[in-house]
Design a protein around this ligand. Structure first.
Ligand code: AMP
Length: 436
């Protein structure tokens, strides 16, 4: 019989428990910092109609043209696993008429995205992003504020990163620039790689993204959007930079910075880290004033970004995340059959009172249970043997300094309270009402 070998699909992976503290740390930090800036969380489905992305991202982009996981469902409707979340968030904004409240709508999201990309280090087919969108304001200070928030988020995790900004113009000035760009590219067309030749037709701005060595010399001669911005776009970009300076944020203007999605106008930005290697982009974002209209909503100005969590995890130091590990307050060690029931009762009581508590059901020797307590970095070990049962007094050992003394259950709880607050509030009443 053929041997069964079921493993993860190429480009996807299991995130194992050892890595989870990093993820929890990053996700918690994002939630705290983003809510400090007034963002509320939104969760949109992983499945969306294919048309949402075809319209919202643009048919000529790599994402829509080559990378989407698309299938027909049982009713014959074309469904896509979301490759990014901005289109979904704006769809939700329109669908739930969030614009009715007026002013800015500030939303953030967190979750997996799916793109069938070439596999390489730091590039996955299922990857995770956290992102935020401000819908309903065209003010350049919004951009500086959002960029400040991402930079704080990144810095708060000890990650060094640089900010690159550019303006990609708008519906007034970009069409004429694109005509000029197409014309200029056509002069070098035979020397360019097949991807560039295709982009020259479909999405000429993307030619600037080309990494092919032989194309670079020609790309270097192409006209830059910065020299063709209309007065309003140039003024907007100047103001964004002024606000960034006011906020004390260093940045580099990179005139060849373009974004992969069609809907960007005016400000585009990227956050990069040299420690990531060839896939050095940590976050990307920009202004997308036309998207709501494209998706059937009112004309609405908007600005947002997405940051790659997989890459943040790669950059996070081990120490930063190990502090986040949930370490048990107490491991209850039990020796003998009669001690088992008491140990389990004590474990449940400690958890009801809010403490993180663990016991090894299959028991084993004192030595092996102590070894387990050390491995999972418990703070204390409570030892329940047959002799202790009648006394109601149990030896407790503090693992940080190996000090040992005897306590009753009530004394243990008072002692734990004196050392730190329980991770959860005591939940006796909740548990009762669940059991009733
Ligand atoms: P984008 O949505 O393409 O602007 O990407 C924003 C950020 O998401 C990037 O800067 C990366 O950090 C991350 N990202 C995008 N695509 C991938 C991928 N295939 N694998 C891992 N991270 C990704």
């Amino acid at each position: 019989m053929e041997e069964l070998s079921l493993t993860t699909v190429a480009g996807t992976r299991d995130i194992l428990p050892e890595e989870m503290p990093c993820w929890h740390l990053i996700e918690d930090r994002a939630r705290r910092i983003f809510s400090q800036y007034g963002f509320l969380e939104i969760r949109t489905p992983l499945l969306e109609s294919t048309e949402l992305f075809a319209r919202g991202i643009g048919g000529d982009t790599d994402i829509v043209g080559k990378e989407m996981y698309t299938f027909l469902d049982q009713s014959g409707k074309s469904i896509t696993l979301r490759p990014e979340a901005t289109a979904s968030v704006v769809r939700a904004y329109v669908q739930h008429a969030m614009y009715r409240t007026g002013g800015m709508t500030k939303l953030y999201y967190l979750g997996p995205m799916f793109r069938h990309e070439k596999k390489q280090k730091g590039r996955w087919r299922q990857f995770y992003q956290v992102g935020a969108e401000v819908i309903g304001s065209g003010h350049p200070a919004v951009e500086a504020e959002v960029i400040e928030m991402v930079m704080r988020f990144v810095a708060s995790l000890g990650i060094n990163a640089g900010l690159k900004v550019n303006s990609v113009g708008d519906r007034n000035c970009r069409p004429a620039y694109l005509d000029l760009l197409r014309h200029e590219i056509s002069r070098y067309l035979p020397q360019l790689c097949p991807d560039c030749r295709r982009r020259a037709e479909t999405n000429p701005l993307r030619v600037f993204d080309c990494k092919t060595e032989s194309c670079q010399i020609h790309i270097g001669k192409l006209p830059l959007i910065a020299d063709h911005l209309c007065g309003d776009c140039a003024d907007h970009f100047r103001r964004v930079q002024g606000y960034l300076q006011d906020a004390g944020i260093s940045y580099e203007v990179v005139p060849r910075l373009v974004r992969g999605l069609d809907y960007y106008v005016r400000t585009a930005f990227e956050i990069v880290s040299g420690e990531l290697g060839s896939q050095n982009a940590l976050a990307g974002g920009g202004r997308y004033d036309g998207l709501s209209e494209v998706l059937g909503g009112p004309a609405t100005e908007a600005f947002g970004f997405a940051i790659g969590l997989d890459r943040m995890v790669m950059l996070l130091s081990q120490e930063a995340s190990s502090a986040w590990l949930t370490k048990p307050d107490v491991v209850v060690v039990h020796l003998g059959e009669a001690a088992f029931s008491r140990a389990w009762e004590v474990t449940r009581e400690l958890r009801r009172q809010g403490w993180t508590c663990f016991m090894e059901f299959s028991g084993g020797s004192l030595k092996s249970q102590m070894r387990m307590a050390n491995r999972i970095q418990a703070s204390h070990v409570l030892i329940i043997g047959e002799n202790e049962l009648s006394k109601g007094q149990y030896p407790i050992k503090r693992l940080s300094d190996s000090q040992q003394w005897e306590v009753s259950l009530d004394e243990l709880i008072s002692y734990l309270k004196s050392t730190n607050a329980p991770a959860l509030p005591g939940s006796k009443s909740v548990e009762r009402s669940l059991l009733d």
